[in-house]
Ligand binder design. Structure first.
Ligand SMILES: Nc1ncnc2c1ncn2[C@@H]1O[C@H](COP(=O)(O)OP(=O)(O)O)[C@@H](O)[C@H]1O
Ligand SMILES: [Mg+2]
Length: 257
């Protein structure tokens, strides 16, 4: 199947890490299509291959079998064209560089002229709610602020496809919910096709159009759950019975009940 313009398409992906004496089947027959502009959450126990799938989509890891397309291109082509952006859990900011210069990093990697992006960086700093902190160092920021910088950095190439690997995993629940609401707004404003890896069932159900549940040994998709709630979703959704009912369903699939 061909991907939609800025969609993600995984077709029958297989990936085994070969070690001395012991092979790990990280992904078996994983197929998933994410339409352009959609928000998909990937959830599953530790070791079920979530990060492997992201590394494959970023072109950092190859597959043994199957086909991967992002906006109709290979992951490597998409990465070098700046079509994909990524934010990781530990935010991975360079401590000696300012907020603005951390955000500019992907531009340097792609060999683009940073001077052409001054306005874009200012706009992104505002988008993630950090206006006035352009020249701050990561050590001067809270954990939540550092994650905002990481998200701004992931967006600096104006990626059509955004990947996130547990971006709010280190934050407490109150801050996490604030960031969830902000992420929904940022996603709405950018229109990026988004794939979020998370351990948080409530985060997945709150944010996503679809929650993809994986299991391990071998890493595989066991169920794809549609989330029908209207947008924009507001904080009160976290307290609603229909929200809890869907979270319970995801938990049941996740824990194999
Ligand atoms: N570079 C690697 N070499 C060997 N095994 C790996 C490597 N990376 C991951 N694995 C193994 O592959 C499986 C999936 O890992 P990973 O994709 O990190 O899972 P998750 O992100 O869902 O926790 C795990 O069993 C892990 O130990
Ligand atoms: Mg992982």
């Amino acid at each position: 199947m061909t991907a939609t313009p800025a969609g993600i398409s995984l077709t029958a992906i297989g990936k085994t890490y070969r070690g001395r004496g012991k092979d790990v089947e990280a992904l078996r027959d994983v197929s998933l299509d994410c339409a352009q502009g959609s928000f998909t959450a990937l959830i599953g126990p530790s070791g079920c291959g979530k990060s492997t799938a992201l590394r494959i989509l970023l072109g950092l890891e190859g597959v043994d079998t199957g086909q991967v397309r992002i906006a109709g291109q290979t992951p490597q082509q998409a990465a070098s064209a700046g079509i994909t952006g990524v934010a990781f859990q530990d935010s991975a900011l360079l401590p000696w560089r300012t907020v603005a210069s951390n955000i500019a990093l992907p531009l340097e990697v792609l060999g683009r002229k940073i001077a052409d992006y001054r306005d874009e960086i200012t706009r992104l700093v505002a988008l993630v709610g950090l206006s006035g902190y352009e020249n701050a160092l990561p050590g001067e920021l809270s954990g939540g602020m550092r994650q905002r910088v990481a998200i701004a950095r992931a967006l600096v190439t104006r990626p059509q496809v955004l990947f996130m690997d547990e971006p709010f995993g280190a934050l407490d629940q109150i801050l996490r919910r604030q960031m969830n609401i902000e992420l929904q707004r940022i996603w709405t404003e950018t229109g990026a096709t988004t794939l979020l890896v998370t351990h948080g069932i409530d985060e997945a159900v709150f944010l996503a159009d679809r929650v993809v549940v994986m299991q391990s040994a071998p890493g595989r998709i066991v169920e794809v759950i549609d989330i029908p709630f209207a947008r924009p979703r507001t904080a009160d959704l976290f307290g609603q019975p229909k929200f809890h009912a869907l979270c319970d369903h995801v938990a049941q699939v996740l824990h194999g009940d």
